[in-house]
Design a protein around this ligand. Structure first.
Ligand code: ADP
Length: 399
């Protein structure tokens, strides 16, 4: 490596992913993950060019140790001098942050305050920021927020039909998530469609373990399926997506669930896993359906595909033109079966697939899977790390 790079950090409560990236073209010099950080079997793995390096972390295992192990390798490989900044993925920026932001004490306090509405994510993101500050104290640290791209949604899209005071006093509104991914694939779609980004009208479906659908009008997010939390919207791997809120009262009042049990059930035991009673993993369900004829696995994928098709159709209400739809995320990029099921229910949007192309465009390949007479239907591998590196670099080099 003889170029400058940005160290990108994505810190969860028990894991820390990192990569050293060339902000110009997204080339990855080094990447890895530290997992089970609160557990005795914590481990860290690092891929350095073609070499894999992994080892168990000695006790106590925490995020600081994971970063210390990374720094050790970076020093050994003489890479530290090439890192010009650290870019952090931060899930919730509330209404405060619509742009990449240089991290100061005040910014950290705001991220901490926003933990009130993102208790599962922002505290973990802050741990990553503080561990990186300790390890790289002379480098600028930048926060890139998952919610930022959606801050252009109009109030008719982000307000719920609830008392207005809940929004004014308690910030209860739709925020939308996966913004970095929707932004990246929308920009790539503009290149594939050969249209200026600020004239592109798209609906993008990010289908991974978490799933969300976003409408992009003239390059800006105007509505998205996830809401106040990432639980709203379409059914996901283990999250229910939107349900009748009355079910929650029924569970608590009639079936004696505690609020914690409901929360756990809606986030961890629902979705593909809940319906199939088998797995939250799309690939496993496709295998169970194809090899064992498992009807519940098929039912789970049917409901999943229908909900996504409905979400795409309903988001078309926020657009007056539609240049195409985009699939991304592990399922959107790889499952030709799910793409086929979804698009079969979108004929009113003039979408019909080229089945051969649909089977071929998988495993990192991008392109159009629609017939030439159809509205474009694009498969685009997401790359949130590259966006974080690029936006961090751009912020630091602004005049
Ligand atoms: P995360 O949201 O955790 O980043 P990913 O974007 O990696 O998750 O997506 C994970 C999902 O992608 C899983 O449901 C997995 O089964 C699915 N997936 C990955 N590869 C394939 C494949 N070849 N066929 C079908 N589904 C796949």
């Amino acid at each position: 490596m003889n170029k400058d790079g940005i160290l990108v950090i994505n810190c969860g409560s028990s894991s820390l992913k990192y990569s050293l990236i060339d902000p110009d073209n997204g080339d990855v010099f080094i990447e890895g993950i530290a997992e089970r950080l609160t557990n005795k079997s914590a481990s860290i793995s690092i891929n350095y060019l073609d070499n894999n390096w992994s080892h168990s972390l000695a006790s106590p295992h925490d995020h600081k140790m994971a970063i210390a192990a990374l720094v050790e390798l970076l020093r050994e490989k003489k890479l530290v001098k090439h890192i010009v900044a650290v870019g952090h993925r931060v899930v919730h920026g509330g209404e405060t942050y619509a742009q990449p932001t240089l991290i100061t004490n005040e910014v950290k306090q705001t991220i901490f305050a926003l933990a009130k509405i993102a208790p599962l994510h922002n505290p973990a993101n802050l741990i990553g920021i503080e561990a990186a500050e300790a390890a790289f104290d002379s480098l600028p640290q930048v926060a890139i927020f998952d919610t930022a791209f959606h801050q252009t949604m109009p109030s008719k899209a982000y307000l719920y039909g609830l008392p207005y005071s809940l929004y004014k006093k308690h910030s209860i509104r739709k925020y939308g998530f996966h913004g970095t991914s929707h932004y990246f694939v929308a920009k790539q779609a503009a290149l594939l469609l050969d249209k200026p980004f600020n004239q592109c009208n798209l609906i993008s479906a990010h289908l991974g373990n978490g799933c969300s659908v976003t409408a992009v009008k003239n390059g800006l997010s105007v509505d998205s399926s996830m809401g106040f939390t990432p639980l709203e919207g379409v059914m996901m791997g283990s999250r229910s997506g939107s349900i009748d809120p009355g079910i929650i009262f029924h569970l608590i009042e009639q079936l004696n669930y505690t609020p914690e049990q409901v929360n756990h059930m809606l986030n961890k035991e629902s979705g593909l896993l809940g319906i199939s009673e088998l797995s939250n993993d799309c690939r496993s369900l496709e295998e169970a359906m194809n090899i064992d004829g498992n009807a519940q696995a098929k039912l789970a994928l049917d409901i999943f595909s229908y909900q996504i098709a409905k979400s795409i159709s309903s988001l078309s209400a926020s657009l007056s033109e539609l240049d195409g739809i985009v699939f991304t995320g592990g399922i959107g990029e790889n499952s030709s079966y799910v793409r086929e099921q979804i698009t079969a229910q979108l004929s009113l949007l003039n979408i019909s697939l080229d089945h051969q192309q649909n089977k071929q465009l998988r495993f990192g390949r991008a392109g159009n899977i629609a017939q030439s007479t159809s509205r474009p239907c694009l498969v685009i591998p997401t790359n949130e790390e590259w966006v974080i590196a690029e936006q961090t670099f751009e912020l630091l080099n602004k005049d």
